[in-house]
Design a protein around this ligand. Structure first.
Ligand SMILES: [Zn+2]
Ligand SMILES: [Zn+2]
Length: 352
């Protein structure tokens, strides 16, 4: 079985042939992977940064955004059959704690993530609890079904921030920021602006027919944002860059009383004048992680069915799985939107 894994730090990300996985146990399902998206999380692991080197026990098959076909079913699984096409929630929550029991499984403290804590989806086969599966409607193509997870991150952030009739600034035009921009527009935001320094990503944002795409390195970015928002600044900020400087600038330009959602993960501690920038401005600041189980999944499916063209604008590359190194290179250069790896290429041909 072909896998893409993280070896001990010095060997980077490599591919290997592993024996086929054993039959799935009680409550578990085996899925033959068709396609899988490369996530920012995979890129953190590729870079072997502070977070990933502290968390991941090598060797580890990475990847967690995928679509595939069920190939085997363990005992006590009901409602699924071999051959069904599924995606899956990659956070395996405990299901028993207070958070899980009150609709907050996305922040369960016992969560294990495939591709981080246990073998992931950059492989011909992945095993996951049946309760995490999401049946994919036939009309959604494989390349889109592979990115339910990051569209879900964006959906979770946008729906929690409540964007309808408000001026939204998205800080960072990577795939999640781009998906968030498209979703914010569909959710009736008054204006949607994306701030992104990388030209290739800014060009994708332009293609989404937003109200403004600005380069934060240009002097006029702040005045353009103020002009768009009638001088008061955005009243919703969605921070997906993880850049401390960008967060500070966004808090400066945000309107008093603004909602500021943080999804980007900074590489380390961020210095912030909380008194002036948050307290005195009455800013509502909160973190967003994962997807609501499974409210967000219903929302993503509805959005994908209505806006397949927007999803396709953000998916810029579909690469044969064996060319994964090229995918990481594209991400390093920022020369891409979402990169999807085609695992079908290992067998029969390209994904649709
Ligand atoms: Zn992801
Ligand atoms: Zn729990």
């Amino acid at each position: 079985m072909f896998t893409i894994a993280k070896a001990k730090s010095e060997y980077g990300i490599w591919s290997s042939d592993q024996p086929a996985l054993p039959a799935p146990g009680r409550g578990m399902v085996m899925v033959d992977v068709i396609a899988a998206g490369i996530c920012g999380t995979d890129f953190h692991i590729y870079k072997w940064d502070k977070w990933s080197s502290g968390r991941i026990k090598t060797p580890m098959t990475i990847g967690h955004e995928f679509v595939g076909l069920i190939s085997a079913i363990g005992d006590e699984v009901t409602g699924f059959e071999v051959g069904q096409r599924v995606s899956a929630e990659c956070h395996i929550a405990c299901g028993e704690c207070g958070l899980c029991r009150t609709g907050n499984a996305h922040i369960c403290e016992k969560t294990e993530i495939i591709g981080v804590d246990k073998a992931g989806a950059f492989a011909e086969q992945v095993v996951i609890p049946a309760t995490n599966l999401w049946k994919v409607p036939d009309i959604i193509p494989d390349r889109q079904a592979a990115v339910f997870d990051p569209v879900g991150n964006a959906m979770h952030m946008v729906s929690t921030a409540e964007v309808t009739a408000r001026d939204v600034l998205i800080v960072g035009g990577g795939p999640i920021g781009l998906f968030a921009a498209a979703i914010a527009k569909a959710h009736g935001a008054r204006t949607v602006a994306v701030q992104e320094p990388n030209q290739a990503r800014a060009a994708i944002a332009e293609s989404l027919d937003l109200d403004l795409v600005v380069n934060p390195r240009h002097d006029d970015s702040r005045s353009k944002i103020l002009e768009l928002t009638n001088g008061h600044g955005p009243n919703v900020v969605l921070e997906v860059s993880g850049n401390g400087r960008a967060l500070n600038d966004a808090l400066d330009v945000a309107a008093p009383g603004a909602t500021v959602a943080l999804l980007g993960i900074p590489g380390g501690p961020v210095e912030l004048d909380l008194g002036a920038k948050v307290v005195m401005k009455g800013i509502r600041l909160f973190g967003v992680t994962g997807r609501r189980m499974y409210e967000t999944w219903y929302q993503v499916e509805a959005f994908m069915l209505k806006n397949p063209d927007l999803i396709d604008k953000v998916i810029t590359h579909i690469l044969p799985a064996r060319e994964f190194a090229e995918g990481f290179k594209l991400m390093e250069e920022g020369a891409c939107g979402k990169v999807v790896l085609d695992f079908q290429s290992l067998k029969t041909g390209a994904v649709k």
